[in-house]
Design a protein around this ligand. Structure first.
Ligand code: NAP
Length: 242
């Protein structure tokens, strides 16, 4: 079976990515942290369209949990091939740096950046052996230009972009591409607390993006035909920044 692992597949952008990759024929491993009903709903939607998938909950901010859960899955599925990895799970915890607590810095870095390292290192081994893989990291506009109140989040996403470019150069000759997408403001729970009117004023397209629009770009990068695109960062921001 050709499989795709999507972290944070229970809601928002990750859910749309799971559905899209399943429609491409992938058996999708839907990761989440605690929202089992959301993840079940993603799986139900996939199955309704005759797609296939399974739930694989673990906390991406915990190295041990990643090793135990994902390591075991790989061990138990030697016949299957994990061809696509989408590092999507993420959190923000905005506050001016002056007032930022240690935990706010550490949690955001662990969830958005350390997770990339620990998850990708495990998955990479199989891709290197098969000489094929598609790794897509969900970064952010914040990691490209910075945003006030997001020194933690911008540092994590900026680091993710730099790591994307470095890893792409390490594994290019093994048929593995590594790319990032950088969404601007997308309608999900993450942007739910922000004023839509104020955000729209900043966006040339005059609207928020949809999770499906991000999933579309991820699917493009995940396709076989995108094999000559690597180390790239594709912005999906309605024209806010390029
Ligand atoms: P969201 O609606 O808040 O959903 C977050 C997803 O990540 C959920 O599935 C959640 O699982 C999962 N998650 C969070 N922490 C986790 C952990 N420690 N372990 C495992 N799963 C975890 O967020 P979103 O807006 O879809 O964002 C998805 C990605 O896009 C994030 O990396 C975010 O930084 C990035 N992004 C979003 C926007 C935007 O405007 N929305 C813009 C730029 C970048 P549970 O449901 O179990 O909590």
């Amino acid at each position: 079976m050709n499989c795709a692992l999507v972290t944070g597949g229970s809601r928002g952008i990750g859910k749309a990515i799971c559905i899209r990759l399943a429609s491409m024929g992938y058996h999708v491993l839907i990761n989440y942290k605690s929202n089992a009903s959301g993840a079940e709903d993603t799986l139900k939607t996939i199955r309704k369209s005759n797609g296939s998938g399974e739930l694989l909950p673990f906390d991406v901010s915990k190295r041990q949990e990643i090793g135990d859960t994902l390591g075991l899955w790989i061990e138990d599925h030697k016949e299957d091939s994990l061809e696509v990895l989408v590092n999507n799970a993420g959190i923000k915890d905005d506050v001016l740096m002056m007032w930022m607590k240690d935990e706010q810095w550490e949690n955001v870095l662990r969830t958005n950046l350390d997770s990339f390292f620990y998850i990708t290192r495990i998955v990479l081994n199989g891709m290197l052996l098969k000489k094929y893989g598609r790794i897509i990291n969900v970064a952010s506009l914040s990691g490209q230009k910075g945003l006030p109140g997001q020194t933690n989040y911008a540092a994590a996403k900026g680091g993710l972009i730099a790591a994307t470019k470095s890893l792409a150069q390490e594994v290019g000759r093994r048929g593995i591409t590594v790319n990032a997408v950088a969404p601007g403001f997308i309608s999900t729970d993450m942007t739910g607390s922000l004023s839509e009117k104020e955000m729209k004023a900043l966006i040339p397209a005059n609207r928020l993006g949809t999770p499906e629009e991000v999933a579309h770009v991820v699917a493009f990068l995940a396709s076989h035909e995108s094999g000559y695109i690597t180390g790239e960062v594709i912005s999906i921001n309605g024209g806010m920044y390029s």
